[in-house]
Design a protein around this ligand. Structure first.
Ligand code: SF4
Ligand code: SF4
Length: 579
């Protein structure tokens, strides 16, 4: 068994190394033919003199930089001269790079796919499955978890987190650099939809699903003693594979709109974008059904299901973000911050994002049905707003959030002010110009610009780069805990109108702290257990791990009558503050 595990580890490391090495493979040659086919006629004249044709580049990075430089120079000049119509927004860099790529990966995409993903899956399963025999009888073992370099912010954790952050930044903002990785998943794209070619979002969906399925097997082995955990894990694997990955691709193959039936507003923040509403409502009966389904899900589905089952029905059984957190993120669940301070920051942030999302959606709908919302403010004046809000928060928090230390508040303020300052100061730099509504000296607040900022700050940076990239630093539910507007909505219903609670048999508690340690949402479960109080927290995703790791059977997830849900704490000792 040990030999099988060792072989599996070698195979997996081989696949991982090949995946990373493929980033640097191949050569790139831009020809006149490729250029004329891809670049729009109105841009060809502007760009033609910026590019070298028929010159082979041995490095994808140099080639992409060359393409980017040409477009950036044109855009910087156009912005400086206020020729807004001449700015190029099309993503020519990715499409030109893809078409210009030659070499081992392009010519052997299926071989690379097999060596990376098929061999990698075999290796991972050979490493994971023997644990069912080797680890002894069913039951959770967390021995030495805080001495492990991966699980406790050691060098391996730091390395993994850094790689994840870099991957997300490349995927969201610079997909041309990962052209080879996009090409390698093309055989799967062709299998699902022969007329399509893989793109950056197909790669993302594939890797996401791959991680949930492979790490889902690890969950099944680790928690095989708990029926709740087994069913829950199978559920998230199924919803990710079928609803988030396969069905949307098949819909496109059948000339229907791309649609994930389990995703909903406000997590799906482009649901009310004009292009999305038009796409659904102009796609016949099925499109209109999808539009109605999406609205019904958050208007009726959320309150009804949360009332009967708590937010767990979505966050721990259905959602893709939750699915990834519960499977790939499981090795990091003990890293969540349990302090009261973190709880207060969590409430500020997650409800702040919900309010931002609601305002953004109202403005987008206002634009859809009528006039565009618009006003312009000098970019340096705009900086005063986060500074005033920050200062207000700094003084206000002492009264309202007494456990929050000044240092953390200061860091949040510095982050917000710094973000806007960078945006204003470097408004000419393309990466900011694309996402910050800055033209010349003005911040232009329009519905579209606010939507773009939301997409950049919340949709990309928070949910992707930080939400997943920070698993090895801050635990596996960074996004679900601090940023997801849908989790905030589900949480409000769970807190005020639901049958769900975790009951605690306080007399049995030995204060070992396992439950608090492994609560991915940073809830200090032990504090409730010690005083026999029901746990009714808006953030609780009902993962059930606190109950699974409790050696005394103290905790029970229940959907009972609402009566008596908020019971009074029973002081059993060790309690010095009641929150
Ligand atoms: S309190 Fe328990 S069920 Fe709720 S999120 Fe924490 S570990 Fe999961
Ligand atoms: S895991 Fe169980 S026994 Fe240990 S502190 Fe939590 S409730 Fe008490």
């Amino acid at each position: 068994m040990k030999a099988i595990r060792f072989t599996g580890l070698i195979l997996f490391l081989f696949s991982l190394s090949l995946f990373l090495a493929s980033f640097f493979m191949g050569s790139y040659t831009l020809t006149h033919e490729i250029f004329s086919t891809i670049v729009k006629p109105e841009h060809q004249e502007m760009l033609r003199n910026s590019y070298e044709f028929d010159r082979p580049y041995a490095s994808g990075i140099t080639f992409v930089n060359h393409l980017k430089k040409g477009i950036d120079e044109i855009n910087v000049t156009a912005r400086a001269e206020q020729r807004w119509g001449d700015i190029i927004y099309d993503d020519y860099v990715s499409t030109l790079t893809r078409a210009s790529a030659t070499g081992a990966v392009t010519e052997n995409e299926l071989l690379f796919f097999m060596l990376i993903y098929v061999v990698g899956t075999m290796g991972a399963l050979m490493f994971i499955l023997p644990q069912a025999k080797l680890a002894g009888p069913p039951g959770i073992r967390h021995n030495h978890i805080f001495h492990n370099a991966l699980n406790n912010r050691g060098w391996l954790g730091m390395l993994s987190g850094t790689l994840l952050v870099v991957f997300y930044i490349l995927l969201y903002f610079f997909p041309a650099y990962i052209t080879n990785w996009i090409i390698i998943v093309n055989p799967v794209q062709k299998l699902l939809n022969p007329s399509a070619s893989s793109g950056q979002w197909f790669l993302y969906g594939f890797l996401y699903t791959f991680a949930v399925i492979v790490m889902g097997f690890r969950m099944l082995v680790k928690y095989r003693h708990s029926r709740y955990q087994v069913f829950r894990t199978i559920s998230v694997m199924f919803f990710q594979l079928a609803f988030a990955f396969v069905i949307p691709e098949l819909l496109v193959r059948l000339n229907q709109p791309y649609f994930d039936f389990k995703n909903m507003w406000p997590l799906d923040y482009d649901f009310f974008d004009a292009w999305h509403i038009n796409m659904l409502t102009q796609s016949g009966g099925l499109g209109i059904f999808m539009f109605a389904w999406g609205i019904t899900l958050f208007v009726i589905g959320v309150p009804v299901f949360v009332y009967f089952f708590g937010k767990r029905w979505y966050c721990s059984w259905v959602c893709g973000c939750g699915g990834l957190a519960e499977t790939a993120g499981d090795p990091f669940r003990q890293l969540s911050d349990k302090s009261t301070e973190a709880w207060q920051i969590e409430r500020l942030l997650i409800h702040g994002v919900l309010v931002f999302g609601v305002i953004m959606t109202i403005l987008v709908l206002y634009n859809f049905f009528g006039e565009d919302f618009y006003f312009a403010v000098n970019k340096w004046t705009v900086l005063a707003f986060p500074a005033i809000i920050g200062a207000g928060l700094f003084f206000f928090h002492r009264k309202k959030f007494p456990y929050m230390k000044g240092g953390k508040v200061r860091n949040v303020i510095v982050g917000i002010v710094g973000f806007f300052t960078l945006g204003a100061a470097f408004s000419e730099v393309s990466v900011f110009a694309k996402y910050m509504p800055v033209d010349g000296n003005n911040f232009n607040f329009s519905s579209g610009n606010i939507r773009t900022m939301y997409g950049f700050m919340i949709g990309s940076m928070f949910s992707g780069v930080i939400g997943t990239g920070f698993y090895p630093f801050m635990g596996n539910r960074v996004w679900c805990r601090f940023g997801c507007p849908l989790a905030a909505y589900l949480g409000l219903v769970q807190r005020f109108k639901s049958k769900f609670r975790i009951t605690t048999n306080g007399g049995q508690c030995i204060s070992c702290g396992n439950c608090s340690t492994y609560c991915e949402m940073g809830i200090d479960v032990r504090a409730y257990a010690q005083r026999g109080q029901n746990i009714i927290r808006s953030s609780c995703v009902g993962c059930g791990v606190c109950s699974a790791v409790c050696p005394r059977g103290v905790l029970n997830l229940e959907n009972q009558n609402e009566y008596g849900r908020f019971n009074q704490p029973i002081s059993l000792g060790n309690v010095n503050k009641i929150i």
